[in-house]
Design a protein around this ligand. Structure first.
Ligand SMILES: O=C(O)[C@H](O)[C@@H](O)[C@H](O)[C@H](O)COP(=O)(O)O
Length: 250
């Protein structure tokens, strides 16, 4: 039984193809519901393995992303054309495989500014986009590292437990290279209507249990507890190996 305060729905897939289909179904449902009432679907996306998985899900589910805007839940503080840039990874992947997504739909951070100014500027762009100092994303797609980090909020670092009033903050010594990044804060993350973790691979099995069953709040991912929104965990069997025998708030 999960010790987490915040219930979540878990979708466990046997294969990566099934996980991609599950993600596609979630994306289609979420965006369709939002676009019934509003002109734009605003989603926050993460880097790492999600770049390929999200692209595959959009392709396989044949989702119309015309009215989507993509924001970055975190971004590496590198030039836009750097191989480490998450924006560049998505631009390259989508340009090649999803040509109907135009670059202007990818709302990137201005990494030509200083690191602090880049974080402030991105926060201001988000506030301007939503017309609110408490932006509510329709959907956030998060990854999780083996250390329980999510976005660029890392365990044992002060960033993930303070800055309650800020929405985007600079990170200077990320243990996952590159060291300088900007990241959404838990305040912004937990304000979203729908938060989905996409986690794959056996290396994540222990931390998936610590975060989603034990609710160990020493891990930033365990502090993702949407105040009013839904929380979903989309995992493969390898990542879910340590929780599949337990009941969770599914
Ligand atoms: O820019 C980043 O590095 C990501 O936003 C990061 O938070 C990622 O989501 C996790 O490290 C999981 O990455 P994997 O899914 O590739 O393991």
């Amino acid at each position: 039984m999960s010790s987490r305060k915040c219930p979540f729905h878990a979708r466990v897939s046997e294969t990566e193809d099934q996980l991609v289909q599950s993600l596609g179904d979630k994306l289609h449902h979420c965006s369709t519901e939002v676009l019934k009432n509003r002109p734009t679907f605003r989603v926050g996306i993460s880097g790492g393995s999600l770049v390929q998985l999200l692209t595959r899900a959009l392709i396989s589910r044949k989702i119309d992303t015309t009215n989507w805007k993509f924001f970055f839940c975190d971004e590496r503080y590198v030039p836009d054309d750097d191989a480490e840039s998450t924006f560049n990874a998505y631009r390259t992947e989508m340009h090649a495989k999803l040509p109907n997504i135009v670059e202007s739909q990818l709302i990137k951070a201005d990494t030509a500014l200083s690191l602090d100014a880049c974080a402030c500027d991105y926060e201001a762009r988000i506030i301007d986009e939503f017309g609110s100092s408490c932006p509510i994303f329709d959907l956030l797609l998060l990854g999780m590292g083996p250390d329980g980090h999510t976005c660029s909020l890392f365990p044992g670092r002060p960033e993930f437990q303070i800055h309650a009033e800020q929405l985007v903050i600079p990170i200077r010594d990320s243990p996952k290279p590159p060291p300088e990044r900007i990241t959404f804060t838990l305040t912004l993350i937990n304000n979203a209507n729908d938060v989905v973790f996409v986690v794959t691979g056996a290396s994540k099995a222990d931390v998936v249990k610590s975060v989603f069953i034990d609710g160990d709040r020493s891990f930033p991912a365990a502090c993702v507890e949407p105040t009013h929104g839904k929380l979903t965990l989309i995992i493969d069997r390898a990542a879910g190996a340590k929780i599949l025998s337990q009941k969770c708030g599914c």
